[in-house]
Design a protein around this ligand. Structure first.
Ligand SMILES: NC(=O)c1ccc[n+]([C@@H]2O[C@H](COP(=O)([O-])OP(=O)(O)OC[C@H]3O[C@@H](n4cnc5c(N)ncnc54)[C@H](O)[C@@H]3O)[C@@H](O)[C@H]2O)c1
Length: 354
Protein backbone atom coordinates (compact mmCIF):
# COMPACT_ATOMS: atom_id res chain seq x y z
CA UNK A 1 0.00 0.00 0.00
CA UNK A 2 2.99 2.27 0.56
CA UNK A 3 3.65 2.18 -3.18
CA UNK A 4 0.07 3.28 -3.89
CA UNK A 5 0.67 6.27 -1.59
CA UNK A 6 3.93 7.11 -3.37
CA UNK A 7 2.01 7.20 -6.66
CA UNK A 8 -0.76 9.32 -5.09
CA UNK A 9 1.73 11.87 -3.72
CA UNK A 10 3.59 11.96 -7.04
CA UNK A 11 0.32 12.66 -8.89
CA UNK A 12 -0.70 15.49 -6.52
CA UNK A 13 0.06 19.02 -7.76
CA UNK A 14 0.51 20.39 -4.26
CA UNK A 15 2.55 17.71 -2.46
CA UNK A 16 6.07 16.40 -2.81
CA UNK A 17 7.58 13.17 -1.52
CA UNK A 18 10.79 14.07 0.35
CA UNK A 19 11.56 10.79 2.12
CA UNK A 20 10.63 7.15 2.49
CA UNK A 21 10.80 5.08 5.69
CA UNK A 22 10.49 1.38 6.45
CA UNK A 23 11.93 -0.83 9.18
CA UNK A 24 12.96 -3.10 6.32
CA UNK A 25 15.47 -1.29 4.04
CA UNK A 26 14.77 -3.81 1.26
CA UNK A 27 11.15 -2.60 1.12
CA UNK A 28 12.39 0.99 0.65
CA UNK A 29 14.87 -0.04 -2.02
CA UNK A 30 12.26 -1.99 -3.96
CA UNK A 31 9.72 0.85 -3.75
CA UNK A 32 12.28 3.43 -4.90
CA UNK A 33 13.41 1.20 -7.74
CA UNK A 34 9.79 0.91 -8.89
CA UNK A 35 9.38 4.70 -8.67
CA UNK A 36 12.51 5.66 -10.59
CA UNK A 37 13.66 8.98 -9.06
CA UNK A 38 15.17 8.46 -5.61
CA UNK A 39 14.48 10.29 -2.32
CA UNK A 40 16.12 10.21 1.10
CA UNK A 41 15.30 7.11 3.15
CA UNK A 42 15.68 5.67 6.63
CA UNK A 43 14.06 3.62 9.38
CA UNK A 44 12.80 6.45 11.64
CA UNK A 45 10.02 8.68 10.27
CA UNK A 46 10.56 11.63 12.64
CA UNK A 47 14.34 11.72 12.15
CA UNK A 48 13.94 11.63 8.36
CA UNK A 49 11.12 14.21 8.38
CA UNK A 50 13.32 16.60 10.38
CA UNK A 51 16.34 16.02 8.16
CA UNK A 52 14.33 16.65 4.98
CA UNK A 53 12.18 19.54 6.25
CA UNK A 54 8.90 17.63 5.78
CA UNK A 55 5.56 19.28 6.57
CA UNK A 56 3.68 16.06 7.36
CA UNK A 57 3.88 12.28 7.63
CA UNK A 58 1.79 9.62 5.87
CA UNK A 59 1.69 6.43 7.98
CA UNK A 60 1.20 3.29 5.86
CA UNK A 61 2.74 0.88 8.34
CA UNK A 62 0.94 -2.22 9.61
CA UNK A 63 -1.95 -1.49 12.03
CA UNK A 64 -0.04 -2.56 15.20
CA UNK A 65 2.65 0.01 14.40
CA UNK A 66 0.19 2.91 13.97
CA UNK A 67 0.08 3.81 17.68
CA UNK A 68 3.86 4.25 18.21
CA UNK A 69 4.50 5.77 14.76
CA UNK A 70 1.63 8.28 15.03
CA UNK A 71 2.50 9.18 18.64
CA UNK A 72 6.10 9.94 17.73
CA UNK A 73 5.02 12.02 14.71
CA UNK A 74 2.43 14.05 16.66
CA UNK A 75 4.88 14.62 19.53
CA UNK A 76 7.42 15.94 17.04
CA UNK A 77 4.81 18.42 15.76
CA UNK A 78 3.86 16.78 12.45
CA UNK A 79 0.32 16.42 11.14
CA UNK A 80 -0.30 12.78 10.22
CA UNK A 81 -2.38 11.05 7.57
CA UNK A 82 -2.72 7.41 8.68
CA UNK A 83 -4.05 4.38 6.82
CA UNK A 84 -7.11 2.67 8.22
CA UNK A 85 -7.59 1.10 10.74
CA UNK A 86 -6.05 3.85 12.88
CA UNK A 87 -5.22 1.19 15.49
CA UNK A 88 -6.30 -2.42 16.06
CA UNK A 89 -8.47 -1.39 19.07
CA UNK A 90 -10.69 1.51 20.13
CA UNK A 91 -8.63 1.60 23.34
CA UNK A 92 -5.46 2.52 21.42
CA UNK A 93 -7.34 4.92 19.14
CA UNK A 94 -8.47 6.91 22.19
CA UNK A 95 -4.82 7.24 23.27
CA UNK A 96 -4.19 8.85 19.88
CA UNK A 97 -7.20 11.16 20.36
CA UNK A 98 -5.55 12.31 23.58
CA UNK A 99 -2.21 12.76 21.80
CA UNK A 100 -3.85 14.84 19.09
CA UNK A 101 -5.42 17.04 21.78
CA UNK A 102 -2.20 17.51 23.82
CA UNK A 103 -0.08 18.29 20.77
CA UNK A 104 -2.74 20.27 18.90
CA UNK A 105 -1.70 18.43 15.74
CA UNK A 106 -4.03 16.92 13.15
CA UNK A 107 -4.34 13.14 12.99
CA UNK A 108 -6.49 12.16 10.01
CA UNK A 109 -7.37 8.58 9.10
CA UNK A 110 -7.57 7.77 5.41
CA UNK A 111 -10.90 6.08 4.72
CA UNK A 112 -10.35 6.01 1.01
CA UNK A 113 -13.74 4.59 -0.01
CA UNK A 114 -15.44 7.88 0.90
CA UNK A 115 -13.90 9.64 -2.05
CA UNK A 116 -15.93 8.83 -5.15
CA UNK A 117 -17.97 11.27 -7.23
CA UNK A 118 -20.72 8.63 -7.60
CA UNK A 119 -20.97 8.27 -3.81
CA UNK A 120 -21.23 12.06 -3.52
CA UNK A 121 -24.09 11.89 -6.04
CA UNK A 122 -25.89 9.22 -3.97
CA UNK A 123 -25.49 11.37 -0.84
CA UNK A 124 -26.74 14.49 -2.65
CA UNK A 125 -29.74 12.76 -4.22
CA UNK A 126 -30.72 11.05 -0.95
CA UNK A 127 -30.55 14.42 0.82
CA UNK A 128 -32.73 15.99 -1.93
CA UNK A 129 -35.34 13.29 -1.30
CA UNK A 130 -35.46 14.03 2.44
CA UNK A 131 -32.40 12.15 3.72
CA UNK A 132 -31.58 8.44 3.94
CA UNK A 133 -32.99 6.53 6.88
CA UNK A 134 -32.79 2.99 5.44
CA UNK A 135 -29.36 2.17 4.08
CA UNK A 136 -28.11 -1.22 2.90
CA UNK A 137 -25.06 -2.61 1.19
CA UNK A 138 -23.92 -5.91 -0.25
CA UNK A 139 -20.21 -6.66 -0.55
CA UNK A 140 -19.51 -9.90 -2.42
CA UNK A 141 -16.02 -10.76 -3.62
CA UNK A 142 -13.82 -13.87 -3.89
CA UNK A 143 -10.16 -12.83 -3.51
CA UNK A 144 -7.34 -15.29 -2.78
CA UNK A 145 -4.91 -13.11 -0.81
CA UNK A 146 -2.85 -15.76 0.94
CA UNK A 147 -0.98 -14.44 3.98
CA UNK A 148 -2.32 -12.98 7.22
CA UNK A 149 -5.92 -12.35 6.10
CA UNK A 150 -6.53 -16.05 5.58
CA UNK A 151 -5.43 -16.70 9.20
CA UNK A 152 -7.39 -13.92 11.01
CA UNK A 153 -10.44 -14.71 13.22
CA UNK A 154 -12.57 -12.05 11.48
CA UNK A 155 -10.89 -11.18 8.18
CA UNK A 156 -13.97 -9.65 6.55
CA UNK A 157 -15.19 -7.58 9.51
CA UNK A 158 -11.77 -6.33 10.62
CA UNK A 159 -9.93 -5.84 7.34
CA UNK A 160 -12.71 -4.91 4.90
CA UNK A 161 -16.07 -4.06 6.48
CA UNK A 162 -14.49 -0.96 8.04
CA UNK A 163 -14.80 0.65 4.60
CA UNK A 164 -18.54 -0.07 4.31
CA UNK A 165 -19.18 1.00 7.90
CA UNK A 166 -17.37 4.27 7.29
CA UNK A 167 -19.34 4.95 4.10
CA UNK A 168 -22.56 4.31 6.06
CA UNK A 169 -21.51 7.01 8.54
CA UNK A 170 -20.80 9.35 5.65
CA UNK A 171 -24.22 8.75 4.04
CA UNK A 172 -26.37 8.76 7.18
CA UNK A 173 -24.40 11.55 8.91
CA UNK A 174 -25.64 10.33 12.29
CA UNK A 175 -24.18 8.58 15.32
CA UNK A 176 -24.16 4.74 15.30
CA UNK A 177 -25.84 3.45 18.47
CA UNK A 178 -26.11 -0.37 18.40
CA UNK A 179 -25.23 -3.38 16.26
CA UNK A 180 -26.44 -6.95 15.93
CA UNK A 181 -23.95 -8.96 13.92
CA UNK A 182 -23.53 -12.63 13.03
CA UNK A 183 -20.43 -13.88 11.25
CA UNK A 184 -19.97 -17.24 9.62
CA UNK A 185 -17.72 -19.19 7.31
CA UNK A 186 -19.30 -20.83 4.25
CA UNK A 187 -18.41 -24.52 3.82
CA UNK A 188 -16.25 -23.77 0.76
CA UNK A 189 -14.30 -20.93 2.45
CA UNK A 190 -10.51 -20.77 1.98
CA UNK A 191 -10.19 -18.49 5.05
CA UNK A 192 -9.57 -19.93 8.55
CA UNK A 193 -11.75 -17.27 10.26
CA UNK A 194 -15.23 -16.07 9.38
CA UNK A 195 -15.20 -14.74 5.82
CA UNK A 196 -18.87 -13.69 5.76
CA UNK A 197 -21.08 -11.57 8.00
CA UNK A 198 -24.40 -9.82 8.27
CA UNK A 199 -24.93 -6.84 10.56
CA UNK A 200 -27.79 -4.51 11.41
CA UNK A 201 -26.82 -1.14 12.89
CA UNK A 202 -29.22 1.32 14.49
CA UNK A 203 -28.20 4.95 14.15
CA UNK A 204 -29.56 7.94 16.07
CA UNK A 205 -33.05 9.01 15.07
CA UNK A 206 -34.03 5.41 14.22
CA UNK A 207 -32.01 5.13 11.00
CA UNK A 208 -30.91 1.60 10.03
CA UNK A 209 -27.88 0.31 8.15
CA UNK A 210 -27.85 -3.30 6.97
CA UNK A 211 -24.57 -4.91 5.89
CA UNK A 212 -24.18 -8.22 4.10
CA UNK A 213 -20.68 -9.26 3.08
CA UNK A 214 -18.73 -12.27 1.93
CA UNK A 215 -15.14 -12.70 0.85
CA UNK A 216 -15.87 -16.14 -0.56
CA UNK A 217 -18.59 -15.24 -3.07
CA UNK A 218 -17.42 -16.24 -6.58
CA UNK A 219 -19.65 -15.24 -9.49
CA UNK A 220 -21.62 -12.02 -10.05
CA UNK A 221 -19.29 -10.20 -7.66
CA UNK A 222 -20.00 -6.64 -6.55
CA UNK A 223 -17.61 -3.73 -6.90
CA UNK A 224 -14.89 -3.37 -4.22
CA UNK A 225 -17.08 -0.52 -2.94
CA UNK A 226 -20.05 -2.91 -2.62
CA UNK A 227 -23.49 -2.04 -4.01
CA UNK A 228 -25.68 0.42 -2.11
CA UNK A 229 -29.35 1.31 -1.66
CA UNK A 230 -30.52 4.39 0.24
CA UNK A 231 -34.19 4.70 1.16
CA UNK A 232 -35.75 8.07 1.99
CA UNK A 233 -39.30 9.29 2.72
CA UNK A 234 -39.88 10.25 -0.93
CA UNK A 235 -37.78 7.82 -2.94
CA UNK A 236 -34.77 5.57 -3.36
CA UNK A 237 -31.22 5.99 -4.66
CA UNK A 238 -28.90 3.12 -5.62
CA UNK A 239 -25.18 2.99 -6.46
CA UNK A 240 -23.46 0.00 -8.03
CA UNK A 241 -20.14 0.95 -6.40
CA UNK A 242 -18.73 2.03 -9.78
CA UNK A 243 -20.26 4.88 -11.82
CA UNK A 244 -23.97 3.94 -12.03
CA UNK A 245 -26.40 5.82 -9.78
CA UNK A 246 -30.17 5.35 -10.12
CA UNK A 247 -32.81 7.57 -8.57
CA UNK A 248 -36.56 7.14 -8.36
CA UNK A 249 -38.90 9.55 -6.59
CA UNK A 250 -42.09 7.72 -5.62
CA UNK A 251 -43.28 5.76 -8.66
CA UNK A 252 -41.93 8.38 -11.07
CA UNK A 253 -39.46 7.70 -13.88
CA UNK A 254 -36.13 6.07 -12.97
CA UNK A 255 -33.25 8.45 -13.60
CA UNK A 256 -30.08 6.57 -14.62
CA UNK A 257 -26.79 8.43 -14.22
CA UNK A 258 -23.30 7.49 -15.36
CA UNK A 259 -21.25 9.65 -13.01
CA UNK A 260 -17.92 10.98 -14.27
CA UNK A 261 -15.11 10.20 -11.78
CA UNK A 262 -13.65 13.12 -9.79
CA UNK A 263 -10.03 14.11 -10.53
CA UNK A 264 -8.93 12.71 -7.14
CA UNK A 265 -10.75 9.59 -5.96
CA UNK A 266 -9.87 6.91 -3.38
CA UNK A 267 -6.58 7.62 -1.54
CA UNK A 268 -5.94 10.63 -3.80
CA UNK A 269 -9.15 12.06 -2.35
CA UNK A 270 -7.91 11.42 1.21
CA UNK A 271 -4.62 13.11 0.37
CA UNK A 272 -6.37 16.14 -1.14
CA UNK A 273 -8.58 16.53 1.96
CA UNK A 274 -5.57 16.15 4.27
CA UNK A 275 -3.52 18.77 2.38
CA UNK A 276 -6.44 21.20 2.35
CA UNK A 277 -6.99 20.67 6.09
CA UNK A 278 -3.32 21.21 6.92
CA UNK A 279 -3.33 24.45 4.92
CA UNK A 280 -6.66 25.81 6.20
CA UNK A 281 -6.81 24.39 9.74
CA UNK A 282 -10.26 22.92 8.94
CA UNK A 283 -11.24 19.58 10.46
CA UNK A 284 -11.33 16.85 7.77
CA UNK A 285 -13.93 14.07 7.72
CA UNK A 286 -11.38 11.47 8.83
CA UNK A 287 -10.17 13.52 11.81
CA UNK A 288 -9.36 11.10 14.64
CA UNK A 289 -12.23 12.11 16.97
CA UNK A 290 -14.78 11.38 14.24
CA UNK A 291 -12.99 8.32 12.89
CA UNK A 292 -13.11 6.48 16.22
CA UNK A 293 -16.85 5.96 15.54
CA UNK A 294 -16.00 3.94 12.44
CA UNK A 295 -13.48 1.81 14.33
CA UNK A 296 -15.99 1.37 17.16
CA UNK A 297 -18.54 0.01 14.64
CA UNK A 298 -16.02 -2.69 13.67
CA UNK A 299 -15.12 -3.60 17.24
CA UNK A 300 -18.79 -3.65 18.24
CA UNK A 301 -19.69 -5.88 15.26
CA UNK A 302 -16.96 -8.38 16.19
CA UNK A 303 -18.09 -8.38 19.83
CA UNK A 304 -21.71 -8.86 18.77
CA UNK A 305 -20.74 -11.76 16.49
CA UNK A 306 -18.71 -13.43 19.24
CA UNK A 307 -21.32 -12.98 21.99
CA UNK A 308 -24.45 -13.20 19.80
CA UNK A 309 -25.81 -10.12 21.58
CA UNK A 310 -26.73 -6.54 20.72
CA UNK A 311 -23.73 -4.28 21.42
CA UNK A 312 -24.08 -0.64 22.52
CA UNK A 313 -21.51 1.43 20.60
CA UNK A 314 -21.25 4.55 22.83
CA UNK A 315 -20.87 2.25 25.87
CA UNK A 316 -18.10 0.35 24.06
CA UNK A 317 -16.24 3.66 23.55
CA UNK A 318 -16.67 4.59 27.21
CA UNK A 319 -15.33 1.15 28.28
CA UNK A 320 -12.38 1.54 25.92
CA UNK A 321 -11.36 4.75 27.73
CA UNK A 322 -11.25 2.80 31.01
CA UNK A 323 -9.17 0.11 29.29
CA UNK A 324 -6.76 2.81 28.05
CA UNK A 325 -6.40 4.19 31.58
CA UNK A 326 -5.53 0.66 32.77
CA UNK A 327 -2.54 0.51 30.39
CA UNK A 328 0.92 1.88 31.02
CA UNK A 329 0.56 5.29 29.32
CA UNK A 330 2.30 8.64 29.75
CA UNK A 331 1.04 11.03 32.43
CA UNK A 332 0.05 13.79 29.97
CA UNK A 333 -2.10 11.38 27.95
CA UNK A 334 -3.55 9.82 31.11
CA UNK A 335 -4.57 13.28 32.37
CA UNK A 336 -6.42 14.07 29.13
CA UNK A 337 -8.18 10.69 28.99
CA UNK A 338 -9.20 10.90 32.67
CA UNK A 339 -10.60 14.42 32.17
CA UNK A 340 -13.37 13.27 29.77
CA UNK A 341 -16.58 12.92 31.78
CA UNK A 342 -18.15 11.05 28.83
CA UNK A 343 -15.63 9.75 26.25
CA UNK A 344 -18.19 9.15 23.49
CA UNK A 345 -19.63 12.65 23.93
CA UNK A 346 -16.12 14.03 23.81
CA UNK A 347 -15.77 12.46 20.36
CA UNK A 348 -18.98 14.18 19.24
CA UNK A 349 -18.15 17.64 20.56
CA UNK A 350 -14.78 17.96 18.93
CA UNK A 351 -15.49 16.01 15.79
CA UNK A 352 -16.64 16.77 12.30
CA UNK A 353 -19.28 14.08 12.19
CA UNK A 354 -19.03 12.73 8.67
N1 LIG B 1 -7.24 1.67 1.89
C1 LIG B 1 -7.06 0.47 1.37
O1 LIG B 1 -7.78 0.08 0.46
C2 LIG B 1 -5.96 -0.41 1.91
C3 LIG B 1 -5.52 -1.52 1.18
C4 LIG B 1 -4.46 -2.27 1.69
C5 LIG B 1 -3.87 -1.93 2.91
N2 LIG B 1 -4.34 -0.86 3.62
C6 LIG B 1 -3.77 -0.48 4.92
O2 LIG B 1 -2.44 -0.01 4.70
C7 LIG B 1 -1.61 -0.38 5.81
C8 LIG B 1 -0.41 -1.19 5.31
O3 LIG B 1 -0.89 -2.38 4.68
P1 LIG B 1 0.04 -3.23 3.67
O4 LIG B 1 -0.82 -4.25 3.06
O5 LIG B 1 0.78 -2.28 2.78
O6 LIG B 1 1.06 -3.90 4.71
P2 LIG B 1 2.53 -4.50 4.39
O7 LIG B 1 2.82 -5.45 5.49
O8 LIG B 1 2.61 -4.95 2.98
O9 LIG B 1 3.50 -3.22 4.50
C9 LIG B 1 3.69 -2.54 5.71
C10 LIG B 1 5.13 -2.06 5.79
O10 LIG B 1 5.26 -1.35 7.04
C11 LIG B 1 6.58 -1.60 7.52
N3 LIG B 1 6.61 -1.30 8.94
C12 LIG B 1 6.05 -2.01 9.95
N4 LIG B 1 6.26 -1.38 11.13
C13 LIG B 1 6.93 -0.25 10.85
C14 LIG B 1 7.43 0.82 11.65
N5 LIG B 1 7.25 0.85 12.97
N6 LIG B 1 8.10 1.83 11.04
C15 LIG B 1 8.28 1.81 9.69
N7 LIG B 1 7.84 0.81 8.88
C16 LIG B 1 7.16 -0.20 9.46
C17 LIG B 1 6.81 -3.07 7.18
O11 LIG B 1 8.21 -3.38 7.17
C18 LIG B 1 6.17 -3.19 5.80
O12 LIG B 1 7.11 -2.95 4.76
C19 LIG B 1 -2.52 -1.16 6.78
O13 LIG B 1 -3.01 -0.27 7.76
C20 LIG B 1 -3.65 -1.65 5.88
O14 LIG B 1 -4.86 -1.87 6.57
C21 LIG B 1 -5.36 -0.09 3.12
Amino acid sequence: MGRAWIRAIDRADDAELVGLVDLDPRAVEAALAARGPSVASGTDAVALARAEGADGIVDVTVPVAHLPVNLAALDAGYPVLCEKPVTPTVRDALILVAASETTGRLLMVSQSRRYYAALDELRRRAADLGGAELLSTEFLKAPHFGGFREEMDHPLLVDMAIHSFDVARAVLDRVPLTVDCRSFNPSWSWFRGDAAAEALFEFEGGARFQYFGSWVAPGLETSWNGSWRAGTARGTVTWDGESAVEVQEGDGPVERLDVVPAPHESIEGSLAEFLAAVRSGASPSGEIHANVWTLAMVEAAVRSAETRTTVDIPALIDDARDQALATDIRDDLRTVLASWSSPHERLLRTAVRA
